[in-house]
Design a protein around this ligand. Structure first.
Ligand code: ATP
Length: 326
Protein backbone atom coordinates (compact mmCIF):
# COMPACT_ATOMS: atom_id res chain seq x y z
CA UNK A 1 0.00 0.00 0.00
CA UNK A 2 2.88 2.35 0.85
CA UNK A 3 6.33 1.72 -0.61
CA UNK A 4 9.22 3.94 0.34
CA UNK A 5 12.16 3.41 -2.01
CA UNK A 6 15.60 4.60 -1.04
CA UNK A 7 14.31 7.89 0.33
CA UNK A 8 16.79 10.47 1.59
CA UNK A 9 16.08 13.95 2.86
CA UNK A 10 18.76 16.56 3.40
CA UNK A 11 17.88 19.91 4.98
CA UNK A 12 20.15 22.84 4.11
CA UNK A 13 23.33 22.79 2.08
CA UNK A 14 27.08 22.57 2.40
CA UNK A 15 28.51 22.51 5.91
CA UNK A 16 25.12 23.14 7.48
CA UNK A 17 23.43 20.24 5.70
CA UNK A 18 21.47 17.87 7.96
CA UNK A 19 20.76 14.38 6.69
CA UNK A 20 17.34 13.71 8.25
CA UNK A 21 16.67 10.52 6.24
CA UNK A 22 19.38 8.32 4.80
CA UNK A 23 18.31 5.80 2.12
CA UNK A 24 15.15 4.60 3.86
CA UNK A 25 13.29 1.59 2.44
CA UNK A 26 9.94 0.49 3.86
CA UNK A 27 6.93 -1.43 2.61
CA UNK A 28 3.61 -1.08 4.41
CA UNK A 29 1.16 -3.78 3.27
CA UNK A 30 -2.52 -3.02 2.82
CA UNK A 31 -4.56 -3.42 6.01
CA UNK A 32 -1.60 -3.36 8.39
CA UNK A 33 -0.65 -1.03 11.21
CA UNK A 34 3.01 -0.15 10.73
CA UNK A 35 4.92 1.74 13.39
CA UNK A 36 8.09 3.76 12.97
CA UNK A 37 9.79 3.97 16.34
CA UNK A 38 12.61 6.35 17.11
CA UNK A 39 13.98 8.89 19.52
CA UNK A 40 13.72 12.64 19.13
CA UNK A 41 15.60 13.79 16.04
CA UNK A 42 15.70 10.32 14.44
CA UNK A 43 13.78 11.60 11.39
CA UNK A 44 10.29 10.23 12.10
CA UNK A 45 8.35 13.42 11.36
CA UNK A 46 10.36 14.00 8.23
CA UNK A 47 9.60 10.46 7.05
CA UNK A 48 5.85 10.62 7.61
CA UNK A 49 5.64 14.10 6.09
CA UNK A 50 7.38 12.77 2.98
CA UNK A 51 4.57 10.24 2.46
CA UNK A 52 2.02 12.95 1.68
CA UNK A 53 4.69 15.27 0.32
CA UNK A 54 4.35 17.90 3.04
CA UNK A 55 8.13 17.45 2.72
CA UNK A 56 9.66 16.52 -0.62
CA UNK A 57 12.39 13.86 -0.42
CA UNK A 58 15.79 14.93 -1.74
CA UNK A 59 16.02 11.58 -3.54
CA UNK A 60 14.11 8.31 -3.81
CA UNK A 61 10.45 7.63 -4.53
CA UNK A 62 7.26 6.95 -2.59
CA UNK A 63 4.34 4.97 -3.94
CA UNK A 64 0.94 5.10 -2.23
CA UNK A 65 -1.75 2.75 -3.52
CA UNK A 66 0.03 2.17 -6.87
CA UNK A 67 0.55 5.86 -7.49
CA UNK A 68 4.01 7.41 -7.37
CA UNK A 69 3.26 10.34 -5.13
CA UNK A 70 6.75 11.81 -5.49
CA UNK A 71 6.14 12.44 -9.21
CA UNK A 72 3.00 14.54 -8.60
CA UNK A 73 2.45 18.29 -8.45
CA UNK A 74 -0.41 20.80 -8.34
CA UNK A 75 -3.97 19.48 -8.73
CA UNK A 76 -2.89 15.84 -9.15
CA UNK A 77 -1.02 16.02 -5.83
CA UNK A 78 -3.98 17.67 -4.09
CA UNK A 79 -6.25 14.91 -5.37
CA UNK A 80 -3.85 12.16 -4.25
CA UNK A 81 -3.58 13.77 -0.80
CA UNK A 82 -7.33 13.42 -0.33
CA UNK A 83 -6.73 9.66 -0.27
CA UNK A 84 -4.16 10.03 2.54
CA UNK A 85 -5.57 11.03 5.94
CA UNK A 86 -3.35 12.45 8.65
CA UNK A 87 -3.67 13.01 12.38
CA UNK A 88 -1.36 15.12 14.52
CA UNK A 89 0.04 15.29 18.04
CA UNK A 90 -1.65 18.63 18.73
CA UNK A 91 -4.83 17.78 16.79
CA UNK A 92 -4.69 20.94 14.56
CA UNK A 93 -8.41 21.73 14.91
CA UNK A 94 -9.90 25.09 13.93
CA UNK A 95 -10.90 26.69 17.24
CA UNK A 96 -13.55 29.02 15.77
CA UNK A 97 -15.44 26.13 14.15
CA UNK A 98 -17.67 23.58 15.85
CA UNK A 99 -16.76 19.91 15.85
CA UNK A 100 -19.18 19.25 12.99
CA UNK A 101 -17.71 22.18 11.02
CA UNK A 102 -14.17 20.94 11.60
CA UNK A 103 -15.07 17.53 10.22
CA UNK A 104 -17.00 19.13 7.34
CA UNK A 105 -14.03 21.28 6.31
CA UNK A 106 -12.25 18.74 4.07
CA UNK A 107 -15.62 17.78 2.60
CA UNK A 108 -16.19 21.41 1.54
CA UNK A 109 -12.79 21.40 -0.15
CA UNK A 110 -13.71 18.15 -1.93
CA UNK A 111 -16.92 19.71 -3.26
CA UNK A 112 -19.57 17.82 -1.23
CA UNK A 113 -22.86 19.76 -1.14
CA UNK A 114 -24.50 20.79 2.13
CA UNK A 115 -26.77 17.79 2.60
CA UNK A 116 -24.02 15.31 1.60
CA UNK A 117 -21.74 17.00 4.12
CA UNK A 118 -24.29 16.78 6.90
CA UNK A 119 -24.86 13.11 6.27
CA UNK A 120 -21.15 12.25 6.09
CA UNK A 121 -20.30 14.31 9.21
CA UNK A 122 -22.99 12.43 11.14
CA UNK A 123 -21.54 9.10 10.01
CA UNK A 124 -17.99 10.16 10.88
CA UNK A 125 -18.86 11.48 14.34
CA UNK A 126 -20.72 8.25 15.08
CA UNK A 127 -17.65 6.29 13.94
CA UNK A 128 -15.49 8.00 16.58
CA UNK A 129 -18.18 8.06 19.29
CA UNK A 130 -18.82 11.82 19.29
CA UNK A 131 -22.30 12.04 17.79
CA UNK A 132 -23.50 14.03 20.81
CA UNK A 133 -20.81 16.72 20.60
CA UNK A 134 -21.37 17.97 17.04
CA UNK A 135 -22.15 21.54 18.12
CA UNK A 136 -19.38 21.84 20.72
CA UNK A 137 -16.18 23.81 20.07
CA UNK A 138 -12.71 22.26 20.37
CA UNK A 139 -11.98 24.19 23.60
CA UNK A 140 -14.91 22.38 25.24
CA UNK A 141 -13.44 18.92 24.55
CA UNK A 142 -10.85 16.79 26.34
CA UNK A 143 -7.60 15.87 24.57
CA UNK A 144 -8.89 12.40 23.71
CA UNK A 145 -12.11 13.84 22.26
CA UNK A 146 -10.10 16.35 20.21
CA UNK A 147 -8.07 13.51 18.75
CA UNK A 148 -11.31 11.68 17.91
CA UNK A 149 -12.37 14.77 15.95
CA UNK A 150 -8.95 14.71 14.25
CA UNK A 151 -9.53 11.09 13.28
CA UNK A 152 -13.05 11.80 11.97
CA UNK A 153 -11.70 14.69 9.89
CA UNK A 154 -8.83 12.56 8.56
CA UNK A 155 -11.28 9.87 7.43
CA UNK A 156 -13.68 12.31 5.75
CA UNK A 157 -12.49 11.59 2.22
CA UNK A 158 -12.47 7.79 2.75
CA UNK A 159 -8.68 7.59 2.54
CA UNK A 160 -6.72 4.44 1.69
CA UNK A 161 -4.19 5.17 4.39
CA UNK A 162 -4.01 7.06 7.63
CA UNK A 163 -0.78 8.73 8.72
CA UNK A 164 -0.43 9.28 12.44
CA UNK A 165 2.16 11.78 13.62
CA UNK A 166 2.66 11.05 17.37
CA UNK A 167 -1.14 11.10 17.74
CA UNK A 168 -1.13 10.01 21.37
CA UNK A 169 1.98 11.80 22.66
CA UNK A 170 -0.01 14.63 24.26
CA UNK A 171 -2.48 12.27 25.96
CA UNK A 172 -2.50 10.54 29.34
CA UNK A 173 -2.00 6.73 29.40
CA UNK A 174 -5.69 5.83 29.68
CA UNK A 175 -6.75 8.19 26.89
CA UNK A 176 -3.82 6.91 24.81
CA UNK A 177 -5.15 3.38 25.19
CA UNK A 178 -8.64 4.37 24.09
CA UNK A 179 -7.36 6.24 21.01
CA UNK A 180 -5.17 3.26 20.09
CA UNK A 181 -8.19 0.97 20.51
CA UNK A 182 -10.14 3.21 18.14
CA UNK A 183 -7.34 3.06 15.55
CA UNK A 184 -7.17 -0.71 15.92
CA UNK A 185 -10.93 -0.96 15.51
CA UNK A 186 -10.86 1.17 12.34
CA UNK A 187 -8.03 -1.01 11.02
CA UNK A 188 -9.98 -4.21 11.69
CA UNK A 189 -13.43 -3.05 10.62
CA UNK A 190 -12.51 -0.97 7.55
CA UNK A 191 -9.17 -2.54 6.63
CA UNK A 192 -7.60 0.91 7.05
CA UNK A 193 -3.82 0.88 6.51
CA UNK A 194 -2.09 2.95 9.19
CA UNK A 195 1.47 4.28 9.18
CA UNK A 196 2.28 5.79 12.54
CA UNK A 197 5.33 7.37 14.06
CA UNK A 198 6.00 7.26 17.77
CA UNK A 199 8.73 7.42 20.37
CA UNK A 200 6.69 5.15 22.67
CA UNK A 201 7.30 1.41 22.72
CA UNK A 202 3.86 0.98 24.34
CA UNK A 203 2.17 2.18 21.13
CA UNK A 204 4.09 -0.37 19.07
CA UNK A 205 3.30 -3.12 21.56
CA UNK A 206 -0.41 -2.34 21.72
CA UNK A 207 -1.36 -2.04 18.06
CA UNK A 208 1.42 -2.41 15.50
CA UNK A 209 1.74 -5.47 13.27
CA UNK A 210 5.14 -4.37 11.98
CA UNK A 211 7.75 -1.93 13.17
CA UNK A 212 10.77 -0.13 11.78
CA UNK A 213 13.29 1.37 14.16
CA UNK A 214 14.80 4.63 12.96
CA UNK A 215 18.12 5.93 14.27
CA UNK A 216 19.80 9.04 12.90
CA UNK A 217 17.78 8.83 9.68
CA UNK A 218 18.49 5.14 9.05
CA UNK A 219 16.23 2.11 9.48
CA UNK A 220 18.28 -0.13 11.77
CA UNK A 221 15.71 -2.91 12.23
CA UNK A 222 12.33 -3.82 10.83
CA UNK A 223 9.94 -6.73 10.88
CA UNK A 224 6.85 -8.21 12.53
CA UNK A 225 6.58 -7.03 16.12
CA UNK A 226 5.89 -10.49 17.55
CA UNK A 227 8.84 -12.03 15.65
CA UNK A 228 11.30 -9.32 16.67
CA UNK A 229 10.13 -9.53 20.29
CA UNK A 230 10.88 -13.27 20.30
CA UNK A 231 14.44 -12.73 18.98
CA UNK A 232 16.55 -12.08 22.08
CA UNK A 233 19.20 -10.20 20.12
CA UNK A 234 16.81 -7.78 18.40
CA UNK A 235 16.78 -4.14 19.46
CA UNK A 236 13.07 -4.41 20.11
CA UNK A 237 13.51 -7.38 22.48
CA UNK A 238 16.44 -5.73 24.24
CA UNK A 239 14.40 -2.65 24.97
CA UNK A 240 11.30 -4.65 25.96
CA UNK A 241 13.26 -7.00 28.19
CA UNK A 242 16.19 -5.10 29.69
CA UNK A 243 18.94 -7.39 30.97
CA UNK A 244 20.81 -7.09 34.23
CA UNK A 245 24.05 -5.97 32.64
CA UNK A 246 26.33 -5.73 35.65
CA UNK A 247 25.29 -8.85 37.52
CA UNK A 248 28.17 -11.17 38.51
CA UNK A 249 27.24 -14.83 38.80
CA UNK A 250 28.05 -16.59 42.07
CA UNK A 251 30.98 -19.03 41.88
CA UNK A 252 29.84 -22.17 40.08
CA UNK A 253 26.66 -20.52 38.74
CA UNK A 254 25.77 -19.63 35.14
CA UNK A 255 23.42 -16.87 34.03
CA UNK A 256 20.78 -18.17 31.63
CA UNK A 257 18.32 -16.07 29.63
CA UNK A 258 15.23 -17.91 28.41
CA UNK A 259 12.78 -16.47 25.87
CA UNK A 260 9.27 -17.88 25.92
CA UNK A 261 6.85 -17.40 23.03
CA UNK A 262 3.34 -18.67 22.42
CA UNK A 263 2.26 -21.77 24.34
CA UNK A 264 5.62 -22.27 26.05
CA UNK A 265 4.90 -19.10 28.06
CA UNK A 266 2.30 -21.11 29.97
CA UNK A 267 4.38 -24.23 30.80
CA UNK A 268 5.97 -24.87 34.20
CA UNK A 269 9.43 -25.34 32.64
CA UNK A 270 11.40 -24.06 35.59
CA UNK A 271 9.91 -26.47 38.08
CA UNK A 272 10.76 -29.26 35.63
CA UNK A 273 14.37 -28.04 35.41
CA UNK A 274 14.61 -28.00 39.19
CA UNK A 275 13.00 -31.42 39.68
CA UNK A 276 14.33 -33.40 36.72
CA UNK A 277 17.86 -32.02 36.53
CA UNK A 278 18.49 -31.11 40.14
CA UNK A 279 19.47 -27.54 39.19
CA UNK A 280 18.99 -24.72 41.68
CA UNK A 281 17.38 -21.74 39.98
CA UNK A 282 17.74 -18.21 41.28
CA UNK A 283 15.52 -15.84 39.30
CA UNK A 284 17.15 -12.46 38.51
CA UNK A 285 14.56 -10.80 36.29
CA UNK A 286 11.46 -11.74 34.35
CA UNK A 287 8.79 -10.17 32.21
CA UNK A 288 5.94 -11.32 30.00
CA UNK A 289 4.50 -9.02 27.32
CA UNK A 290 1.39 -9.44 25.22
CA UNK A 291 1.40 -8.79 21.47
CA UNK A 292 -2.15 -9.15 20.20
CA UNK A 293 -3.00 -12.74 21.10
CA UNK A 294 0.62 -13.83 21.54
CA UNK A 295 2.51 -13.76 24.82
CA UNK A 296 6.28 -13.43 24.83
CA UNK A 297 8.37 -13.49 27.95
CA UNK A 298 11.97 -13.35 28.97
CA UNK A 299 13.46 -14.71 32.15
CA UNK A 300 16.98 -14.30 33.42
CA UNK A 301 18.13 -16.71 36.12
CA UNK A 302 21.21 -18.16 37.74
CA UNK A 303 21.48 -21.94 37.33
CA UNK A 304 23.55 -23.59 40.05
CA UNK A 305 24.69 -27.23 40.19
CA UNK A 306 22.86 -30.30 38.87
CA UNK A 307 22.90 -31.50 35.26
CA UNK A 308 23.39 -28.08 33.67
CA UNK A 309 23.88 -29.16 30.01
CA UNK A 310 20.99 -31.64 30.17
CA UNK A 311 18.73 -28.92 31.58
CA UNK A 312 19.68 -26.58 28.70
CA UNK A 313 18.97 -29.34 26.17
CA UNK A 314 15.58 -29.96 27.74
CA UNK A 315 14.70 -26.25 27.46
CA UNK A 316 15.91 -26.06 23.86
CA UNK A 317 13.95 -29.17 22.90
CA UNK A 318 10.81 -27.43 24.10
CA UNK A 319 11.53 -24.79 21.45
CA UNK A 320 12.66 -22.14 23.90
CA UNK A 321 15.51 -19.80 23.05
CA UNK A 322 18.21 -20.19 25.64
CA UNK A 323 21.33 -18.05 25.98
CA UNK A 324 24.09 -18.60 28.49
CA UNK A 325 26.37 -15.75 29.56
CA UNK A 326 30.04 -16.52 29.11
N1 ATP B 1 12.66 22.07 8.37
C1 ATP B 1 13.82 21.66 8.83
N2 ATP B 1 14.97 22.34 8.56
C2 ATP B 1 16.16 21.91 9.00
N3 ATP B 1 16.34 20.80 9.74
C3 ATP B 1 15.27 20.08 10.05
C4 ATP B 1 13.95 20.47 9.62
N4 ATP B 1 13.06 19.55 10.09
C5 ATP B 1 13.79 18.63 10.76
N5 ATP B 1 15.11 18.95 10.74
C6 ATP B 1 16.19 18.16 11.34
O1 ATP B 1 16.12 16.83 10.82
C7 ATP B 1 16.39 15.87 11.83
C8 ATP B 1 15.20 14.94 11.97
O2 ATP B 1 14.10 15.67 12.51
P1 ATP B 1 12.61 15.07 12.67
O3 ATP B 1 11.75 16.16 13.22
O4 ATP B 1 12.21 14.41 11.42
O5 ATP B 1 12.88 13.96 13.79
P2 ATP B 1 11.85 13.26 14.76
O6 ATP B 1 12.33 11.86 14.92
O7 ATP B 1 10.48 13.46 14.27
O8 ATP B 1 12.08 14.03 16.11
P3 ATP B 1 10.97 14.68 17.09
O9 ATP B 1 10.26 13.53 17.70
O10 ATP B 1 11.81 15.46 18.07
O11 ATP B 1 10.12 15.55 16.23
C9 ATP B 1 16.70 16.67 13.10
O12 ATP B 1 18.10 16.80 13.18
C10 ATP B 1 16.05 18.01 12.85
O13 ATP B 1 16.73 19.03 13.54
Amino acid sequence: MITINDVSKVYGRGEKAIVALDAVNLAVPQGEIFGVLGESGAGKSTLIRCVNLLERPTSGSIIVNDQEITSLNGPALRKARQRIGMIFQHFNLLSSRTIAENVAFPLEVMGYNRSQRQERVKELLALVGLENRAQAYPAQLSGGQKQRVGIARALAGKPDVLLSDEATSALDPQTTRSILELLQDLNQRMGLTILLITHEMGVVKQICHQVAILEAGKVVEQGRVSELAALPESRLARSLFPRLQSYEAQPGARIVTITFAGDTADEPVLSNVIRQFDVNVNILSGNIEKFGEQRIGQLQAEFVGGQFEAALNYLRQLGLRVEVDE
